[in-house]
Design a protein around this ligand. Structure first.
Ligand code: FES
Length: 279
C-alpha cells in the first residue's frame, strides 16, 4: 500500500520525477541569490534568503529521495539501467551531503553582506553535480524506461524471469510452467525459454502468452497494464490484443507474436512451434 503510494499509483503519475523539481529549483534559486548578494551587497537579506532556499532544497531532496529509493529497488538486477540508477543515486547522496556541509558553513555568516567564497564554491560544485545527476535521471526515463508506466499497473509485476528449456532435440514443444497456476487475475509471469522471452497473463480465468518485448521500442509487456484483453505497454502505451497479438493502439505498428497455452495432464504450459532443423 505504502509502496503503491510512493510509486505514484494513486496519482497515476510517478512521484520521484515530479518531486525532484522542488529541490533542483531551490538549489538554483539559492545560487542565484548568492550571485545577487555579490552584485548588490547593499541588500543584506540576500545571503540569508540563499541560506533558507538551500535549507528548503535539502528538505525537498530528502522527501524526493524516498520514492526515488522505491523506484530504485524496483529495478531488476539484470536491467541495463541498474548501473545508471546506482550512479544517479550515489551522485544525489553526494550532492545532498555537500549541501548539508554548505549549510553548516553558512549558518555562521548569515548577517554577511555577500556570500563568502567557500560556500559559493560548494554551491557551484553542487549545481554541477546535480546537472550530471539530472542528466542520468533523464537517461533512466528516456533510454531505459525506468519509472515509466509502472505506476499504472494495479497488480504486482514479476520480480524475476523464469528460465526454462524446451527439452532435448527441440522436440518437446509443450513446456510446463507450473508457476502460472498460482497467478491471480491480471497478474503476469515472465519466462525465458531457450532465449525466447515470453509474458504470461491470467485474464478472467484464462491464460494468454505473448512476446515479452513490445514491437515499438522493446518495452517490457509483463509490466504493462491490462484493460479487457488489451495489454498496455508501460513505456509509450501501445496496446495489443493478447489473444491475437494485434496492435489496437499505436505507436507500435507491428503485431505481437502470441503463443498457445494448454493444460496437459493437469499441468499448464506453453506450446512452442517445433524448431526448424538446419540441413
Ligand atoms: S516500447 Fe514504446 S509503446 Fe512499447
Amino acid at each position: 500500500m505504502l509502496k503503491d503510494f510512493l510509486e505514484g499509483k494513486p496519482l497515476r503519475h510517478p512521484l520521484h520525477p515530479m518531486l525532484v523539481h522542488f529541490p533542483i529549483g531551490l538549489f538554483i534559486l539559492s545560487l542565484l541569490l548568492d550571485l545577487g548578494s555579490l552584485a548588490f551587497p547593499s541588500t543584506p537579506s540576500l545571503v540569508r534568503e540563499a541560506f533558507y532556499a538551500m535549507l528548503l532544497g535539502i528538505i525537498g531532496a530528502l522527501i524526493a529521495a524516498v520514492p526515488g529509493l522505491v523506484d530504485y529497488t524496483d529495478i531488476r538486477n539484470d536491467h541495463p539501467g541498474k548501473r545508471t540508477a546506482t550512479a544517479h543515486l550515489t551522485l544525489n547522496l553526494i550532492v545532498v551531503g555537500l549541501y548539508g556541509i554548505n549549510l553548516g558553513v553558512r549558518s555562521s555568516t548569515l548577517n554577511a553582506l555577500t556570500t563568502p567564497v567557500g560556500p559559493l564554491i560548494l554551491s557551484l560544485v553542487g549545481i554541477a553535480l546535480l546537472s550530471v545527476s539530472g542528466y542520468l535521471g533523464g537517461r533512466l526515463v528516456y533510454d531505459e524506461g525506468i519509472s515509466v508506466g509502472r505506476h499504472k499497473r494495479r497488480t504486482p509485476t514479476p520480480e524475476n524471469t523464469l528460465h526454462l528449456t524446451r527439452g532435448e532435440n527441440g522436440e518437446a514443444v509443450f513446456v510446463p510452467v507450473p508457476e502460472a497456476e498460482s497467478l491471480g487475475d491480471r497478474e503476469t509471469l515472465r519466462v525465458e525459454i531457450d532465449g525466447q522471452v515470453i509474458a504470461i497473463v491470467k485474464l478472467d480465468g484464462n491464460f494468454y502468452a505473448f512476446q515479452e518485448f513490445c514491437t515499438h521500442r522493446f518495452g517490457p509487456l509483463s509490466e504493462g497494464d491490462f484493460e479487457g484483453f488489451d495489454v498496455h505497454c508501460p513505456w509509450h502505451n501501445s496496446c495489443f490484443d493478447v489473444r491475437s497479438g494485434k496492435v489496437t493502439n499505436g505507436p507500435a505498428k507491428v503485431d505481437l507474436k502470441t503463443f498457445t497455452i494448454e493444460t496437459r495432464a493437469g499441468k499448464t504450459g506453453i506450446v512452442l512451434p517445433r524448431e526448424r532443423k538446419e540441413s
